[in-house]
Design a binder for this molecule. Sequence first.
Ligand SMILES: Cc1cc2nc3c(=O)[nH]c(=O)nc-3n(C[C@H](O)[C@H](O)[C@H](O)COP(=O)(O)OP(=O)(O)OC[C@H]3O[C@@H](n4cnc5c(N)ncnc54)[C@H](O)[C@@H]3O)c2cc1C
Length: 337
Amino acid sequence: VSDSQARWTIVGQGLAGTSLAWALWKSGQHFARIDRGHGGSSRVAAGMLNPITGKNFEPSWRLNEFLTPAVEFYEEVESWIGRKIWHPYPVLRLAETGKEWEKIRSKLSAPHVAPWVAQEVAPPPGWTGAVLLRGGGRLDTLSFIDGSRDFFTKHGIAHSSHHESSGPGVTTIHCDGSTGLISNRYGSHRCAKGEILTLHAPDWDDTRIRVGAGGWLVPVGHGNFKAGSTYEWNLLDELPTAQGRSKVEAICRKLGGDSFTVLDHQAGIRPILRRSQPLIGPLNDHEWMFNALGSKGSLYAPRMAMLLARWLVDGIEPDPELSFPCYLKSLERESGH
Ligand SMILES: Cc1cc2nc3c(=O)[nH]c(=O)nc-3n(C[C@H](O)[C@H](O)[C@H](O)COP(=O)(O)OP(=O)(O)OC[C@H]3O[C@@H](n4cnc5c(N)ncnc54)[C@H](O)[C@@H]3O)c2cc1C
């Protein structure tokens, strides 16, 4: 299918490219989509959105600005594609050691953390402390990507599996995830491979996301869960390994228990430039980028896409912290050039 009026070509239809397609669609733009149809980290991701993360128990970067637009966006897309994609869940954050629990507890009433704290709860056996968080959930990434693809195809938006050079007057926006980063198109990267299991465990509590022991367990319905994950910076391929599987199985035993069956084992590469802080912006006169969603594509993709569409279509620049050209300048300043 081709659209002779297309002004934009989006390369990549993971969370970044699909969110951008919606933002351009909503502003009445003509665009074409390119995607290989396989690989990429969005198809592997658990889609979990957890407001307060990490060992330091801190809100995700610029959380207040990104969370509500993300949830509103997914709910709006549901109404367009007629499929449920956003599943809100409380997040049960568990602490293994006394030291870890002390850190978490010391922050529960801090003004930047307290709005996300639903309540402190009794820890399950084997854990030192537990707190229930609000605002979390799971994006069904496959339903989002495939449902959007079907919608755009039905509405005549061009799609192809490979990118040839764009014609005159067409701007290409690279939303190519780790493929783009590993090609060093954007300078040095910090991409990290991750492995994830899909489990069947009908006896486990499927009313909450569980986070602890350096991993997570996300209910996906029908007694199934996604569990992860590992971080590997050196061997960047999309191949599951026995070592990765046993690491994630150990997380599963701690978070869920011993009785589960592994249904699937996958690996993907998180696109990272500087932690999970995405970037958008022009590369030259006819090419732009949207990348570096890191471990938190579900949280950041929708609003970044909206800001990028505004920049592309209306020329309104986002604040410098989100801009790829500004990021490059800051690197140059740091290196003294
Ligand atoms: C194991 C694991 C678990 C994760 N869990 C979560 C989670 O729970 N929550 C969360 O928010 N995030 C999670 N992430 C991170 C999440 O996957 C990323 O933040 C997000 O998916 C990145 O989206 P993207 O669109 O930038 O990249 P991708 O999803 O990689 O999309 C890039 C697309 O571009 C295509 N492409 C690239 N080059 C070309 C080309 N030349 N021609 C055609 N097509 C091309 C690829 O095939 C791919 O489809 C996880 C990641 C991993 C690895």
